[in-house]
Design a protein around this ligand. Sequence first.
Ligand SMILES: NC(=O)c1ccc[n+]([C@@H]2O[C@H](COP(=O)([O-])OP(=O)(O)OC[C@H]3O[C@@H](n4cnc5c(N)ncnc54)[C@H](OP(=O)(O)O)[C@@H]3O)[C@@H](O)[C@H]2O)c1
Length: 242
Amino acid sequence: MTYAPLEPQGRVIMISGANRGIGRAIAGRLHAEGYQLSLGARNAESLAGVAAEMDESRVLAHAYEARDRTSAPAWVAATVKRFGRIDGLVCNAGVAHIFTVEDKDEAVLDEMWEVNAKGPLRLIRAAFPSLKAGGSGRVISVVSLSGKRIPAARSAGYAMSKFAAAALNHAVRLSGWEHGIRATAICPSFVATDMTANVKEIGRGEMIHPEAIAHLVATVLTLPNTSSVAEIPINCRLEATV
Ligand SMILES: NC(=O)c1ccc[n+]([C@@H]2O[C@H](COP(=O)([O-])OP(=O)(O)OC[C@H]3O[C@@H](n4cnc5c(N)ncnc54)[C@H](OP(=O)(O)O)[C@@H]3O)[C@@H](O)[C@H]2O)c1
């Protein structure tokens, strides 16, 4: 029996929030690996800057606004029109706000629900027919360790949205299995991006490098259908269980 990893060449991967942070690192890594990329972001200017550094024959830059329910199907349709297929989807775009159980203004909670949980759902739903068609579709969700445990009271709302994203990942595993779709939730603690710019409890040099997440995504994308990885917790410090 020979080992047959999936090769990057000819495969089309969509990445949300590809203009900065973890999404940008994933985009750079997958471009270097040889994938064709469909990059989604709401900030057209910074996304154009990322795409400009890439081989234009292998990249599409498209608007993606998670709070607009028409945005995911429009981006998916543009990707199919350009490349004719979708082999993988990296649901990365996300927001983090402080929200505790005593906060009465739910505006930030609603935003986190919409961007972190419903955004991936809408993308996955729109891309599902194409992912099914290929027989080895991949869905990778950048969730969080806050989708597995609650690190602090101020993270209540963020963790609620990320637990939902983790649940979605498992639902995708179940819905997609017979069609060859494999789904993975990557669950990091602190990653050194804009999102953690104001974190004081740990130095930036001690945080996970965004390239480490990109490395995991690149590895998972090559695994064959017989090697399903449901979740990857990744931490930069010692915690009792993760
Ligand atoms: N940094 C961490 O410590 C950490 C840890 C665990 C998990 N994560 C998760 O990793 C993912 C990436 O985070 P990051 O650290 O790279 O954060 P980041 O640097 O703040 O980037 C967030 C990305 O999400 C996009 N985004 C936010 N709201 C959006 C919306 N409404 N529609 C479309 N895109 C939207 C942003 O686009 P704009 O540029 O337009 O704002 C940006 O591309 C998120 O899901 C986050 O929850 C991060």
